[in-house]
Structure formats: structure tokens, C-alpha cells
Design a protein around this ligand. Sequence first.
Ligand SMILES: [Zn+2]
Ligand SMILES: [Zn+2]
Length: 347
Amino acid sequence: MIDTPHRRFNPLTREWVLVSPQRARRPWQGQVEKTPSEILPAYDPDCYLCPGNERAGGVKNPPYTGTFVFDNDFPALLPDAVEQNPASSNTLLDAIPERGLCRVVCFSPRHDLTLPELDNTAIEKVLATWTHESVELGKKDFIQYAQVFENKGALMGCSNPHPHSQIWAQSQLPNEIARELASQTAYYQEHRRTLLSDYLAEEQHRRERIVFQNGSFTALVPFWAIWPFEILLVAHRPAAYLSELTSTEVSSLAEVLKHVTTRYDNLFEISFPYSMGFHQAPSDGQAHPEWVLHAHFYPPLLRSATVRKFMVGYEMLGMPQRDITPESAAERLQELPGLHYKLRGSA
Ligand SMILES: [Zn+2]
Ligand SMILES: [Zn+2]
């Protein structure tokens, strides 16, 4: 791989990332600072996500024993049709109403168990919940897209440590989905093959950036990664939705999620912060032969528990840039245990 400054193309978003490998010739030297993760109780009487506790507005959570789903008490989107304002006479001041629903999905009643600390059966239950909610939200006539995502850790702005994810479903496609839909559609029309399947075949051939794979899914650091330890998780078969997965594929996906998140925790020996989410095809009632189900993990940490990557300066004004190459990031992640959990013994 090139070791002088170059740019790499992301075919999903059609954007470039600047790679400066010469700046990372002195990797992983010196003291790596660790901040021990806070030990959380299994139940916290002050947590608004724990079973039986009260939320905003006085609603009480049920004594749930598996996953738990509720409508966000402070939603970013509202389901009711909005009175259309008179169209602006100036196209430079464009605004249109957006309707939607925001749901919260608690992974389990346990306040202290993050995704990598759940067993595969419990992760499968989380997947089943994400699937069910995506399908149900997608059935609503005003919903075009259901975005499943998790913000993990205070560094990602997560306001409550009780492990949970969110689903925002809305009446128009979010920017990232619109871009990925256009790219995958154009590729499919030209080649009659799916973009991500072709990309995956190339990665499986080169084996430089693969972190973990099993019979149905591969986790890799994408060629065009922006975040230091970014991971793309791709289905081996061009399924467009979580709901298309067989039970074997769901088990495989749970296994990959466990491996990825455990390796992340083992990287700097802390509960590793990230934003992750699934990209399924739009819930627009159309067939989506171009789409391959995948998930993105965007973790901000760079060198230790306390040294993070910032997207500032040149990146805000110019383009994203990285120093350590995706290949060396993948190599680091490959070496780490994917099941044994260094923080609290074996998982
Ligand atoms: Zn809790
Ligand atoms: Zn995507």
C-alpha cells in the first residue's frame, strides 16, 4: 500500500478521504493512558431506563426481562402531519415538513451490560427487536426510512449509561441513505451486481483489512475509512433488510457484533465508545436489488482511552483526513481477542 499522502474514494458516499501515512511512522510508542471504566450496578434506582423506574412525565417502565422499546420522551421527530407553510418564494430558503417517530430500545434490564457483555442469545434478541421495530415502523404509510443506531459512551454524547439504542423513522430519506442509494443503484444498473458484494469479494481476496468473518457476515476496516478504527460490517448475501435474514444469518450477525465490540473494548482496555448503525434499504415498498445490508461503526478514539480523533480545521473546511492507514488499524484489531474480555475476565 502507498506510504505517501494520497486520497481514497468512498464509492458509497462518493467522497474522498485524505490519507497521510507518513505522519504515523511512530505508532503506539510510550505510555498508553488507561482510564478504568466505571463499574456500574446491575440496577440503578435513579436510571430512567431500568425496569420499574419512572421516566419523564411520570410514565413507569414495566418490569421488563428482555429488550424494552418505548417512544422517546423527547423525540426529534413528530408523527402528526404538519400544516404546510406557504412555500418560500426564494429557492435559497428551502424547507419542507418532516414527520417521524423516535424509539428507544434497551438491550436488557441490566444497567451494566453493554453489547459485548451480552451472550449471543441476548444479542440475537436485540437483533430481533431492531428487526421487528424496523418492519413495524416501515409499514406506516408516512415512513420512508428507519435508522437503527447506538451512541455508546459519554464521549459520543450518550446521556445514560444503561445500554440502549435508538430508531429514528422518518418521512424522507436521510442524507447518508440518499447518497448510498444513488451510488448502489448506479452501480447495479451498470454492472447488474451489487456494489458492496463486489467490494466484499475484493476484500476477501486481498485479506488486508478483514477483522473478523463467519459464514454470513464480514467485519472489515473499509479502504476509505475516516475514523481511526472504523468498521464496516457487510452481509455476504445481498439481503436489503434485517427482516430478510435467516435464523442462521441472525446468529452469525450476533457473533460478528460480539467479536467487533469485544475487540474494540480490548483495544484500549476500556468500554469503547462509538456510534454505530445499520443501513437497510428504504422502507418505501419498492424492491431494492441494489442494496446490501450493512452496518457502520464510527469510533472516535485514536491512540488510547483519552486520545481521540477530532474532525476539525481542515476536515471541517476541506475534507476528512487520517494518519494511521486502514490496513494498520485492521492489523491491530485482528490481533486482539474477540471473545475473551480483558476488562472483566472472559465474556
Ligand atoms: Zn439503567
Ligand atoms: Zn451505509
